[in-house]
Design a protein. Structure first.
Ligand code: NAD
Length: 503
């Protein structure tokens, strides 16, 4: 058990009240650039979990019937509050997560876009109607909320991913239990406070903190109808299996190994800038980070210039001006990245840029790893097979676009990918033949805007429907199809119909 300091305790949110947990199990929230303990986060007890679910269940009775306009206006107000508090939110995010202030604002902004989308719930949740499907008979659909839903989020986007989840679920008329990452829950809690300030009624949004035990309790709880998870493939597969076994809907957005293909006709300068930004930005801790580049044909000669780009990036605390790469989230994460680099060397990959143990004056205790590049990487090597989640780029070679596509499709993950080319025909072949969820054409991190849904293929996703966009409305609602006929009192003669036809 972690011993408590003077640092603040992160609160639970139950029935509209921020409450201190009665648990004996706490974990430190640590600034990854300095190792300062910023707060203590509780591992909620089972009775606290029960209280949160009971509050959500009770609130659902009235929230499900609350007018669309009332629900929508809360999210209009909420997006305004997020904008007004952007600088404070970004500073909090950087302190506990490590990414640069500009990237922290990006993290919040990509979530804010989903809040704006939730404010449009009136259009999104509308059903359909077909008039006169038989004479005097109409068929229409209602998209009704499910009840209590839950979300489990990862450390790498502590603003965006919670905002993928609870605004859309609540806008649809559900109530929600959020389980933020225990590594950086503070900015998530600040966003939750702003959501309450925007007018979300007590019990409609609840927060429990914790790890495996709380997550398992969410998966098992009979009053929770749907679980949305974002995180690693290992945990997501467990959550999906456990939640669906308990009869819930589940959607799990999971791990990645994202490849870019570079054709020799690509715009060289733009391509190299994009590759370096997507491989090393956020210290490689994005599920959409480009961690493998396949250079096709003569593009293989671009390695020295790519290394120059990588060397030009400034490693420092995220809060310092001019920083390109902040620390990774924890000492454990840093040690894991360093040990995978050592393993890459041992397995015969060619380490052409070694970012281990960079000098960062003033932040000697930070979890820093600088840009690291391997060439001659082959399938089967651990640096290729595992999601490193650090600023480590693996470079491979292929003779043709078809060969490069075959490499990507043989990788178990299918989260994101990108092609760099000036050829429309090559781009079309790529988008047709690649088996990956998010595809960028000269766009290195093609995270869809909320008009569309985030998706994923193979080991990167379980469940049919993605978060946000149109799909999430289907995920968070149950469709009822109503076929209705109203008898005209003036017609008194009728016949018994023993067929299935509507007459
Ligand atoms: P993680 O899987 O370790 O943790 C995610 C959540 O699961 C956290 O809330 C954590 O408390 C909980 N958890 C951890 N261990 C658990 C266990 N044994 N049983 C039950 N619950 C457990 O992921 P992370 O390290 O926080 O985040 C990084 C991962 O998330 C990467 O794999 C990344 O690719 C992935 N990710 C995917 C997407 C996507 O959209 N596909 C987006 C962001 C992150």
């Amino acid at each position: 058990m972690t011993s408590l300091t003077q640092a603040p305790k992160v609160k639970l949110l139950v029935n509209g009240e921020l409450v201190e947990s009665q648990t004996t199990q706490w974990r430190n929230v640590i600034n990854p650039a300095t190792q300062q303990v910023l707060a203590h986060v509780p591992f909620a007890t089972s009775s606290e979990m029960e209280a949160a679910v009971a509050a959500a269940k009770h609130a659902f009775k009235t929230w499900r019937k609350t007018a669309i306009g009332t629900r929508a206006r809360i999210f209009l107000k909420y997006q305004q509050l997020i904008r007004e508090n952007m600088a404070e939110l970004a500073a909090l995010l950087t302190a506990e997560q490590g990414k640069t202030l500009a990237d922290a604002e990006g993290d919040i902004f990509r979530g804010l876009e989903v809040v704006e989308h939730a404010a449009n719930i009136g259009n999104l949740q509308m059903g359909e109607i077909a008039n006169n499907v038989a004479s005097g008979v109409d068929t229409y659909t209602l998209n009704q909320p499910l009840g209590v839903c839950a979300g489990i989020t990862p450390f790498n986007f502590p603003a965006m991913i919670p905002l993928w989840m609870f605004p859309m679920a609540i806008a649809c008329g559900n109530t929600f239990i959020l389980k933020p990452s225990e590594q950086d829950p503070m900015v998530t809690m600040r966003l939750v406070e702003l959501a309450m300030q925007a007018g979300i009624p007590p019990g409609v949004l609840n927060v429990v903190h914790g790890g495996e035990e709380v997550v398992n309790a969410i998966c098992d709880h009979p009053d929770i109808k749907a679980v949305s998870f974002v995180g690693s493939t290992r945990v997501g597969t467990h959550v999906y299996n456990r939640a669906t076994l308990a009869g819930k809907r589940a959607q799990c957005m999971m791990g990645a190994k994202n490849h870019a293909i570079v054709l020799p006709d690509a715009h060289k300068e733009q391509t190299l800038n994009n590759l370096a930004g997507a491989a090393f930005g956020a210290a490689g801790q994005r599920c959409m980070a480009l961690s493998v580049v396949i250079l096709v044909g003569e593009a293989n000669q671009w390695v020295p210039e790519l290394l120059d780009k990588a060397r030009s990036l400034k490693i420092n605390a995220g809060a310092e001006a001019g920083t390109d790469i902040g620390p990774v989230i924890s000492c454990t994460a840093k040690e894991r990245v360093e040990s995978l680099i050592a393993q890459g060397i041992a397995e015969g990959a060619n380490l052409v840029l070694d970012g281990r143990k960079p000098a960062v004056p003033g932040y000697e205790h930070g979890n820093f790893v600088g840009p690291t590049v391997f060439t001659r990487v082959k399938p089967g090597m651990r640096v290729y097979e595992e999601e490193i989640f650090g600023p480590v780029l693996c470079i491979m070679q292929a003779d043709t676009l078809a060969d490069a596509i075959a490499i990507i499709n043989a990788n178990p993950n299918g989260n994101g990918t990108a092609l760099f080319t000036q050829s429309g025909a090559a781009a079309r072949t790529f988008e047709e033949d690649i088996d990956v969820g998010q595809i960028g054409i000269n766009v290195p991190i093609p995270v869809p805007v909320p008009l569309f849904s985030f998706t994923g293929s193979r080991a990167s996703k379980l469940g049919d429907l993605g978060p946000y966009g149109k799909q999430v409305i289907q995920f968070y609602t149950q469709t009822k199809t109503i076929t209705a006929r109203w008898f005209d009192d003036s017609v008194t003669v009728g016949k018994v119909n023993t067929t299935i036809s509507l007459k």
